[in-house]
Design a protein around this ligand. Structure first.
Ligand SMILES: Cn1cc(C(=O)NCCCNC(=O)c2ccc(F)cc2)ccc1=O
Length: 114
């Protein structure tokens, strides 16, 4: 019984860390391109180029629906946001720079939380 309790506690504490990390990402000044799903009706070519769209509101919904089983699966989706951004946007563009800034910020957050 103790072992089972131990596993679930770790998952809960990992999920609590995910909630804090997501809140800090959402509060960043450069988060605006990532707060909502990219509207592929407005942003031409996006649906063709980006096979697995992801954004902070989708991550928030997955977290609330208990769809992340560890910090690693949560990190996979956060990094997908930044990888999609790098693929679709020039480095020397407003959204491209925002993506690089946010990825650096996230990496620094992870160093603090470890
Ligand atoms: C990640 N990405 C985003 C866009 C993009 O144009 N995204 C919408 C920006 C407009 N959205 C906002 O300005 C906004 C949204 C929510 C909010 F709370 C405050 C501001 C285009 C290519 C791409 O790769």
């Amino acid at each position: 019984c103790y072992k089972i309790a131990q596993i679930s506690k770790d998952d809960n504490s990992q999920l609590a860390v995910c909630r804090v990390l997501l809140a800090e990402l959402e509060a960043h000044k450069d988060a605006w391109p990532f707060l909502t799903p990219v509207n592929h009706k407005v942003i031409l070519g996006y649906r063709k180029v980006i096979k697995r769209p992801m954004d902070f509101s989708t991550i928030r919904r997955k977290l609330n629906n208990n769809l992340y089983f560890s910090l690693e699966t949560f990190m996979g989706d956060v990094n997908l946001v930044f990888d999609n951004c790098e693929k679709f946007n020039e480095d020397d563009s407003e959204i491209g720079r925002a993506g690089h800034n946010m990825r650096k910020f996230f990496d620094e957050l992870l160093q603090l939380k470890k």
